[in-house]
Design a binder for this molecule. Structure first.
Ligand SMILES: [Zn+2]
Length: 279
């Protein structure tokens, strides 16, 4: 799917239409009030540039516009702080935003980091062990990671190889989850407390995998299930809001205001059952 393919354009149009419908029907206003009262939003970015998979890159210009909007309307807090308050005092962080990046692209250092620093925003980057220092300049180097760590950027694990965990044996899962933490801590000389499931939709991890994450002594784990987190949120399957290439600025603002929270339905059990029946 390229930026001019029919599938991409259709996706873009559908998002705009859904935003207009949910705004006109009052659904967005309802979601907005829930976010303000008792909801935490965790954003997922991948590349801030042009490398990568279709629909996973945001240009530095768009990213700067988005950060400016976030600055004017929300408080940005570190993931670790968010998790702590989710369990103790959600009111304190309701309406706040956490910024995360998956996969550890080097443009997170070249393009995102200077902008985050400019706005004094914390962020968390989920690293894949086998990607660090590889593929020319595509992924982050250990030196870049260490520099960012000193300036408000924390790091979590995104496994050793980025394979979908639900397709692996128990031994392989333990290696991907536990050994990734141990190796990152020794390579980078810092504590790794958070984890993000590769791909991360409801079918990509299960109870056994969550147990292994807990046993490996992570303090929280992020999924890519769409939605906001309330005080009953499971801190080992935190929901996130993915920001994609096909989100124009209108859709981005609407996403942060709850207009696309309807997407959380796709991660419910019933939707998964229907999907299996019809596809
Ligand atoms: Zn990933």
């Amino acid at each position: 799917m390229t930026a001019t393919s029919p599938r991409y354009l259709l996706k873009k149009i559908i998002k705009i239409v859904v935003c207009i419908i949910t705004t006109c029907t009052g659904y967005q206003r309802f979601c907005r009030s829930r976010i303000n009262e008792k909801g935490l939003m965790i954003l997922t970015y991948h590349s801030i540039g042009n490398i990568v998979e279709p629909d996973e890159a945001v240009t530095p210009e768009e990213f700067e516009k988005q950060l400016q909007y976030i600055k004017e309307n929300y408080k940005v807090i570190p993931l670790e702080e968010a998790v702590e308050y989710l369990q103790t005092d959600i009111e304190k962080i309701s309406g706040s935003v956490v910024i995360t990046f998956d996969d550890g692209y080097s443009d997170n250092y070249h393009s995102a980091y200077p902008l985050l620093k400019k706005h004094d925003f914390p962020a968390t980057i989920f690293l894949v062990n086998d990607f660090i220092n590889t593929d020319g300049d595509k992924y982050l180097s250990a030196v870049q990671i260490r520099e960012m760590e000193k300036n408000n950027i924390s790091f979590g694990s995104h496994t050793i190889t980025h394979r979908t965990l639900s397709s692996l044996t128990s031994e392989e899962i333990v290696k991907e989850v536990r050994d990734s933490k141990i190796a990152l801590e020794s390579q980078l000389g810092q504590k790794i407390n958070s984890f993000a499931y590769p791909v991360g939709s409801r079918v990509d991890f299960n109870e056994e995998i969550v147990e292994i994450v807990k046993k490996s002594k992570y303090t929280c784990a992020c999924s890519n299930m769409y939605g906001i987190n309330n005080k009953n949120a499971d801190i080992f399957s935190l929901k996130r809001i993915g920001i994609e290439t096909s989100d124009n600025f209108f859709v981005f603002k609407k996403k942060l205001n709850g207009a696309l929270n309807i997407l959380s339905l796709k991660d419910t059990k019933y939707f998964q059952i229907l999907k299996r029946i019809f596809f």
